[in-house]
Design a protein around this ligand. Structure first.
Ligand code: NAP
Length: 299
């Protein structure tokens, strides 16, 4: 039986795989879609020590190659159910049952939605959650970005290189992004701030044509003609599969810095667990911690 199943092939999952194999464990790594996790959408990963100037996709490829050197490649499976209690844990992909002795959950988080009219209908028709993926379609156009975190500001900077104008819409006056990103955005002449505003509606027949903004400080509603809206309002943990199996807190898997969940032999690593700092490097660090903890549990 497999010693360790890792669910999710992002930075946490790949790092866990590398550490676990090197510790002598038998490992299987499962991924439901593209490997690499959220970084694949990041144009420049400039804060991973020792690897400046790489794109997220390049870094994802390096993680893949590194794990493959140790004989682990992500297996594409959509897991439909898990049974994590007891000495034998079982993952199910439809009818297929995959038994193992321990599990690391590294399923990360996905883009949060705004939930406003037009968002779902116009997704892929001007509504996007990935500036790096879709920005090039809007070269020379006027677009908007919604959000006040690092993703939104980095998206605005990225889009400002190609688009004529970028509106940066945020629901407060202060940004939660890093100082460096805020300063960089302020220097761009073609980024206009629309603060204390939220997107009320996205309009357009076949594609995005305009967005309606409400004011959070009593300002009048405004309608902006734009070709695209890039939504960067944070993350939602991918934990639906684990509800009722492990303890959750605010939707995240409850686990401390030791990555242990409330279920013996089940560990959580990366953005999916309760933590303060969700960064590439902390996800990778979690992968190492969780793999070592799994090794100790199995011993
Ligand atoms: P985030 O830091 O959680 O920021 C989400 C932003 O969206 C916040 O400004 C929030 O506003 C706003 N927001 C949330 N729900 C909203 C809603 N319903 N309507 C309007 N606005 C809403 O998310 P993120 O930017 O995706 O970043 C996620 C994590 O990755 C963070 O830890 C971030 O630092 C990290 N990250 C790091 C880098 C880097 O270091 N280079 C790059 C990208 C991401 P409030 O501020 O009012 O809550």
């Amino acid at each position: 039986m497999t010693d360790l199943c890792i669910i999710g092939a992002g930075p946490a999952g790949f790092t866990a795989a590398i550490y676990a194999v090197r510790a002598g464990l038998s490992v299987r790594l499962f991924e439901s879609s593209l490997y690499g996790g959220q970084i694949v959408n990041t144009p420049d990963v400039d804060n991973y020590p020792g690897l400046p100037g790489l794109s997220g996709a390049e870094l994802a490829m390096k993680l893949y190659e590194h794990a493959a050197r140790f004989g682990v490649e992500p297996e594409t499976r959509t897991l439909t159910r898990v049974a994590l209690h007891g000495e034998v844990k079982t993952l199910y992909a439809g009818e297929e049952a995959i038994p193992c002795r321990s599990v690391i959950i590294a399923t990360g988080a996905s883009h949060r939605k705004l939930g406003c009219p037009g968002e779902e209908r116009l997704t892929g028709r001007g509504v996007s959650y990935c500036a790096a993926c879709d920005g090039a379609f809007f070269r020379g156009k006027t677009v908007a970005v919604n959000g006040g975190g690092n993703t939104a500001l980095e998206d605005a900077l990225f889009l400002a290189n190609a688009c004529e104008k970028v509106y940066l819409i945020h629901r407060r006056e202060e940004f939660r992004a890093d100082r460096a990103n805020i300063d960089a955005v302020k220097k761009r002449a073609n980024i206009e701030f629309l603060l204390s505003r939220t997107v009320k509606e996205i309009r357009g027949e076949q594609k995005v044509e305009e967005i309606v903004l409400s004011g959070t400080a009593g300002q009048e509603e405004v309608t902006l003609p734009v070709s695209a809206l890039f939504i960067a309002v944070g993350l939602q943990p991918n934990t639906a599969l684990f509800e009722g199996q492990v303890a959750l807190e605010g939707g995240y898997i409850k686990a401390g810095e030791d990555c242990r969940t409330n279920v013996p032999g089940v560990f959580a690593a990366g953005d999916v667990r309760t933590k303060d700092v969700r960064q590439l490097i902390t996800a990778a660090a979690d992968g190492a911690v969780a793999a070592i903890a799994a090794g100790k549990y199995l011993a």
